[in-house]
Design a binder for this molecule. Structure first.
Ligand SMILES: NC(=O)c1ccc[n+]([C@@H]2O[C@H](COP(=O)([O-])OP(=O)(O)OC[C@H]3O[C@@H](n4cnc5c(N)ncnc54)[C@H](O)[C@@H]3O)[C@@H](O)[C@H]2O)c1
Length: 328
């Protein structure tokens, strides 16, 4: 990564801040681009940024930041031009399934329009490659598990999922027309230190710790393929390195280890050291029943081998949350 100059969009977010930090530590020059969207507290994003800056100061890499709304026409190009990027890792998005049902147009702007801006700019700037975040949600309620990249993915069940699939289709078209190498990474529920506060694990840790009632949607039998952030980072880095060899490629990045919702709640209660006060309620619209990544392609082509046990990842996330709460 020593000679790489990479733009990371969404660099103030959960995955983006971990990635930027990891890349500067490996000697890359990073330009982070993010609009500090108020979907969750921008103070968390500023703290994420501070962690990246600290890492950059202690490394041979560098970190610059542009606060920019990349869905604005020309804004990404303007932010990127001076930096002369060799590649782009595009993680910025409005994430979250349920809020997308209230704001499909906002999600389309932040995800689809912004991706179009990033792809066009990356081509004009002569980048060697673009790696983009997609999502397991594109599989919808597919009955064939584990989910394979060969699935046609034409039945998403939330606006968020539909925008992510639309971004993949735009990426394919972009590669076809420009030959610029592009890959799309379907992340399966990512967790770990600094996880997005709206996601279930972070939320349940807070609720169980304070003794509030935990609303469990459904009977607990839904499942997710939870993937620890460090495993996702190795997958993104491998994808960045291999994308030029493939032209256009989609890779699942999951853990191949689905966990039921009720088991997940029990595991969190164990780590927090308090009982969960559960109230069962109906399933939420837009939520899929299960996710489970087929990793054959990522294993073969990227050497991707997620290794963090679920309980170990939960412990790391809980330890980090306690450190943040106590300021230690
Ligand atoms: N966390 C997961 O479990 C998960 C799972 C599947 C896919 N993803 C995808 O991975 C990526 C990163 O997710 P995350 O969990 O880190 O989310 P996040 O919300 O923490 O980070 C996304 C960042 O994008 C920024 N952003 C949003 N709209 C923008 C705009 N118009 N211009 C500039 N910046 C903008 C936000 O301010 C935020 O900091 C997203 O593309 C998301 O859809 C995440």
């Amino acid at each position: 990564m020593q000679n790489e100059r990479i733009i990371v969009t969404g660099s103030a977010g959960f995955i983006g801040s971990h990635l930027a930090r990891s890349l500067v530590t490996r000697g890359a020059a990073i330009l982070g681009v993010d609009n500090l969207d108020p979907f969750y507290d921008p103070a968390i994003k500023r703290a994420n940024q501070a962690a990246t800056r600290d890492a950059a100061e202690a490394s041979t890499g560098s970190y610059d930041f542009a606060e920019t709304d990349i869905a604005e026409p020309g804004a990404f190009t303007a932010a990127a031009a001076q930096f002369r990027p060799t590649g782009v890792i595009h993680l910025a998005a409005k994430a979250g399934v349920r809020p997308s049902i209230e704001d499909p147009a906002g999600y389309t702007r932040a995800n689809v329009v912004a991706t179009s801006e990033v792809l066009n700019a990356a081509h004009q700037l002569g980048c060697s490659r673009v790696v983009m975040a997609s999502s397991s949600s594109v599989y919808g309620n597919s009955s064939t598990v584990p989910f394979s990249e060969n699935d046609t993915c034409v039945e998403p069940i939330s606006p968020y999922a539909a925008t992510k699939r639309a971004c993949e289709l735009l990426a394919h078209t972009h590669h076809h027309l420009t030959q610029q190498p592009v890959s799309c990474l379907r992340f399966f529920t990512v967790f770990g230190p600094r996880q997005r506060p709206d996601l279930a694990i972070a939320k349940f840790m807070r609720i169980i710790d304070t003794g509030e009632t935990l609303k469990m949607f459904g009977d607990g039998s839904t499942s997710r393929d939870y993937t620890f952030i460090d495993d996702i980072l190795t997958g993104i880095t491998a994808a960045y390195e291999r994308t030029p060899d493939f032209g256009f490629r989609i890779w699942n990045l999951g853990s191949d280890r689905p966990t039921r919702l009720d088991d997940m709640i029990n595991a969190i209660a164990e780590v927090v050291g308090k009982p969960a006060n559960i109230e069962q309620t109906g399933m939420q619209p837009g939520d899929v029943d299960r996710t489970w990544a087929d990793l054959s392609r990522a294993r073969d082509e990227l050497g991707y081998a997620p290794s963090t046990p679920f309980a170990e990842g939960l412990q790391a996330q809980w330890d980090a949350a306690k450190r943040t709460a106590t300021g230690v």
